[in-house]
Design a protein around this ligand. Structure first.
Ligand code: BES
Ligand code: MN
Ligand code: ZN
Length: 499
């Protein structure tokens, strides 16, 4: 996919298969729409008056407008002007991209980013435009018997902006390109079936990234080396499965990094349960297939590192992934088992379905060796987080207000929001065990919080945040598929840390 900018005031003379322009409700035209309206003798105003209400995300196609060179003008609804936000702009870009894809067009020009929008910069809108196009073009085709026929042909998108906006728009397009590619890698890994996307497969994906990008190095530790590290908690989860576990270490090191100019890295830790049956505490059958998505934290780490590398991000980023399956068997964890984590703390496993924290805790201990500036873990950790926040916001937990605020802000800029939940020591009581340093579950109440409290016990030596993406990593139902979240949030955060 090729992105570019076009700088002309004469929008009506742009030669393209599809020109995207926005209109607000109540007939308020954007400056771009106004140019087209004047050139076509009021054709837009007429449509807006009669049939197009301009609700956010809707669109209408106008062909062969008199006085307009573009073959089609796609009018995209932006909602009410006073409520025009980053989210509405992104959905408008998505509607335009979706149209171009469905109409089998090979190129198009969007003027949507040129309109001012609350709380965003032009650079962010350009980024959102590029991401929207790549998002709309994603097709899962990993495992069909026949080639799929609905492949979009879109190859080129230009943003129409003013001359003074062009440089910023270019930067935004480059960022959005990296974010879109990163998200689509994350989505593919999530969507692949669990008999394909195994811990070993995640390991080879990491190695492939290292071959593709010269700033990335990958190392995949096998069971023997995980044992040598004494990751007893992680290994206990993998014990019930025939599929070997993998502990993946990815590094993006900017070119020109030396021992003297090296800054403390940012470490991302991903939950990589490639299938979560619950283990001996077996889950009910309904929708259990969706537990193939229980590696979306790991997929997010891979997608975010890919984006960092594509952007040649000027900050060292380390990705850690603890990958295994959670299955019942004669060798699997049992309720009542006590395991010793890499940190030396012991854990009584009261529910084998609370396995995410058991693999993450050892990865979080491993993170200490990098003397990180910050550690962020990403995990489809609890159903309780979905109950609390639904599917719009990821759950954010941190004792570090500055880190939490940066992540919340990055989420807003990226249109990939998170919502902060409490992480107070008073909740720790629920994890008390009579037989070990802690239990792995704290009861039903505040389940997302007690899960975060569990992880907090392994993160005392650095600044840390936890993202519970159980409600945001994939969509269920007819449009079942991974969302690529929270790659945009994390890339925006990293861009802020590189500046
Ligand atoms: N992977 C699940 C969490 C999950 C459930 C994510 C549903 C998305 C949708 C996790 O391993 C899990 O099973 N958590 C348990 C914890 C409980 C046993 C304390 C849960 O949420 O029920
Ligand atoms: Mn589970
Ligand atoms: Zn799980």
């Amino acid at each position: 996919m090729e992105f570019s900018t076009q700088t002309t005031a004469s929008l009506h003379q742009i030669k393209t298969a599809a020109l995207g322009v926005g209109v607000f409700t109540d007939g308020v035209l954007t400056p771009a729409a106004d140019i087209i309206d004047r050139a076509s003798n009021g054709a837009l105003r007429a449509v807006v008056k009669t049939e197009f209400k301009a609700a956010a995300g809707t669109s209408i196609v106008l062909r062969n407008l008199p006085g307009v060179t573009a073959a089609r003008v796609i009018l995209v609804g932006l909602g009410a002007q006073k409520d025009y936000t980053a989210a509405k702009h992104a959905s408008a870009e998505r509607a335009f991209a979706k149209y171009c894809g469905q109409a089998s067009l090979t190129e198009g020009v969007s003027a949507l980013a040129s309109t001012d929008c609350a709380d965003t910069t032009l650079r962010q809108r350009a980024s959102a435009a590029a991401t929207a196009v790549l998002y709309a073009l994603y097709r899962y085709e990993g495992t069909f018997g026949k080639p799929q026929s609905n492949k979009p042909k879109l190859r080129k998108l230009a943003l129409s902006v003013t001359r003074s906006q062009a440089a910023e728009a270019q930067k935004g397009l480059r960022e959005g390109h990296a974010i879109g590619n990163g998200m689509n890698l994350t989505r593919l890994l999530g969507d692949l079936p669990p008999n394909v996307c195994t811990p070993t497969y995640l390991g080879s994906t990491a190695r492939k990234l290292a071959r593709e990008f010269k700033t990335i190095k990958a190392e995949v530790l096998d069971r023997k080396r995980i044992e040598a590290l004494k990751m007893g908690s992680f290994l206990s989860v993998s014990r019930g499965s025939y599929e070997p576990p993998a502990f993946i270490v990815l590094k993006h090191t900017p070119a020109g990094t030396t021992a003297r100019n090296r800054k403390p890295p940012i470490v991302l830790v991903g939950k990589g349960i490639t299938f979560d049956s619950g283990g001996i505490s077996l889950k009910p059958a309904a929708n259990m297939d969706e537990m193939k998505y229980d590696m979306c934290g790991a997929a997010t780490v891979l997608g975010t590192l890919r984006a960092a590398a594509e952007l040649e991000l000027d900050r060292e980023v380390i990705g850690l992934i603890a990958a295994c399956e959670n299955l019942p068997s004669g060798r699997a964890n049992k309720p009542g088992d006590i395991v010793t984590s890499m940190s030396g703390q012991t854990i009584e496993i009261l529910n084998t379905d609370a396995e995410g924290r058991l693999v993450l805790c050892d990865a979080l201990t491993y993170a200490e060796r990098f003397k990180p500036a910050a550690v962020i873990d990403i995990a489809t950790l609890t159903g309780a987080c979905v109950v609390a926040l639904g599917h719009n916001n990821s759950g954010l937990f941190s004792k570090d207000d500055a880190l939490a605020d940066s992540l919340l802000q990055a989420g807003r800029q990226a249109n990939d929001t998170a919502w902060r939940l409490p992480l107070e020591d008073t909740y720790q009581e629920q994890l008390r065990s009579n037989f070990a340093d802690m239990a792995n579950v704290g009861g039903r109440d505040g389940g997302a919080i007690t899960a975060a409290c569990f992880l907090a016990r392994f993160t005392e030596n650095y600044s840390w945040a936890h993202l519970d993406i159980a409600g945001t990593a994939w969509h269920s139902g007819k449009n079942k598929g991974a969302s690529g979240r929270p790659v945009p949030l994390l890339v925006h955060y990293l861009l802020g840390q590189a500046a």
